[in-house]
Design a protein around this ligand. Structure first.
Ligand SMILES: *Cc1c(COP(=O)(O)O)cnc(C)c1O
Length: 390
């Protein structure tokens, strides 16, 4: 019998998405603005809390891009980025002619190491005579970072923080939604994220005035005139009213999704609890609550300890063996993000790292976690993983 294919995080519809899309068609709002966009933004503002304003955009990448534009990033500037992340975190700095400066991770949350962040800021000021323009910490796989420590350093040097919370929709830090702590935060609604609009994202803004400014940049920076007057460079980045309809439906089931992701993480945690060979990545502090967008593990066997540091850095044999065993059973898994400072495209960018992210990349694996993954699926996955360990 052909068994069910299992994916890392497959989109799952709540039920009312088509109703909102139908409304868009019936009222002829098939454009990148309209009632679904406004209502979706209101849902997101309510969800984010903390008095934040939200602008719905075409992608999470666009949200980072516009955040950097609003913070005045331009040619010759430096932007501090977490090295251990997806390329979309740092590419927008490059779009603007700025240079990403990569900062390594600490072992507990796998996110930006506050100590290395401060080392990097001091060294950049010494080397270039000016401060980095923005700091972009990331919440990888939904795990909160040591954001209070990062904010303390950022505030001391007066550098704004843009939180890349694309993977952390609904994760909490000391009871606050991640993405609402820095000056800006972002959301992603790509097909495989916590909720989807097929493709989409949002920028979390501190106030109404900033929201208006972001809307201005997102709609070609058109001045308030009867003709098209442009004093600044704009973008075409608003979310479609059709896609926002999907988002409204998804927001009706978002808490179910988060609960399910956390439940799946608990099942993996229980199964690997007594195994020396496997470590499940969990919150290191009780004031952190991850959404477990993806459950992630590391293999602690000897062959994974000697990761090659630098550009040649690759997943260890055990990771490849387990991935292959899962793939043969139709189950998707994936190594962790390959650190940006080891990517050929960023080989010349400054990096303040100590091998932690390389080691994690070498021994880590992402496991299926989405709303379509059942308890029985997890049992099957765990059986295969255990069998694949040498
Ligand atoms: C998905 C993702 C993004 C970008 O979001 P898109 O909506 O796909 O453009 C940015 N940063 C991280 C860490 C992501 O995982």
């Amino acid at each position: 019998m052909e068994s069910k294919r299992i994916y890392l995080c497959l989109a799952h519809m709540g039920g009312n998405e088509m109703k909102y899309i139908q409304e868009a068609f019936d009222t002829n709002w098939v454009v990148p603005l309209g009632p679904n966009v406004n209502a979706f933004e209101a849902d997101l503002e309510h969800f984010a809390g903390n008095g934040k304003k939200v602008v719905a955009l075409a992608s999470g990448t666009a949200a980072i891009h516009l955040g950097l534009v609003a913070l005045g990033v331009g040619k010759g500037d430096e932007v501090i980025c977490q090295s251990f992340t997806f390329a979309a975190s740092c590419n927008p700095a490059t779009y603007l002619g700025a240079t990403p400066v990569f900062v390594g991770s600490e072992e507990k949350t796998w996110n930006m190491d506050p100590q290395k962040l401060e080392d990097a800021i001091k060294d950049r000021i010494q080397k270039t005579g000016k401060k980095p323009k923005v700091i972009i910490p990331v919440y990888m796989y939904g795990m909160p970072a040591y954001i209070d420590e990062i904010m303390e350093i950022a505030n001391r040097y007066e550098i704004p923080v843009l939180e890349d919370s694309a993977e952390a929709f609904g994760s909490l830090y000391k009871g606050k939604m991640t993405g609402t702590i820095g000056h800006f935060g972002i959301m992603s609604f790509n097909g495989n994220k916590m909720i989807t609009t097929s493709g989409g994202g949002a920028l979390i803004c501190p106030d109404e005035e900033t929201k208006r400014k972001i809307m201005f940049y997102a709609t070609q920076a058109r001045e308030d005139k009867p003709y098209y007057l442009h004093k600044e460079i704009g973008y075409n980045y608003r979310l479609s009213n059709v896609c926002a309809g999907i988002g409204r439906g998804q927001m009706e089931v978002v808490y179910d999704h988060i609960r399910h992701h956390r439940h799946i993480a608990d099942l993996y945690t229980e199964a690997f609890r007594d195994m020396e060979e496997i470590q499940m990545h969990r919150e290191p502090e009780d004031y952190m609550e991850a959404n477990y967008w993806l459950s992630t593990i590391t293999f602690e066997g000897k062959d994974c300890e000697s990761a090659i540091v630098g550009q040649g850095c690759e997943p260890c044999e055990q990771v490849m063996r387990t991935m292959k065993a899962l793939a043969e059973e139709g189950i998707e898994s994936r190594p962790l993000w390959k650190p940006m400072h080891t990517q050929p495209v960023y080989k010349d960018a400054p990096a303040y790292v100590d091998g932690t992210s390389e080691r994690l990349f070498a021994k880590g694996l992402c496991l299926p976690s989405g709303p379509m993954v059942t308890d029985e699926d997890v049992e099957r996955i765990i059986r295969i993983i255990k069998k694949s360990i040498l």
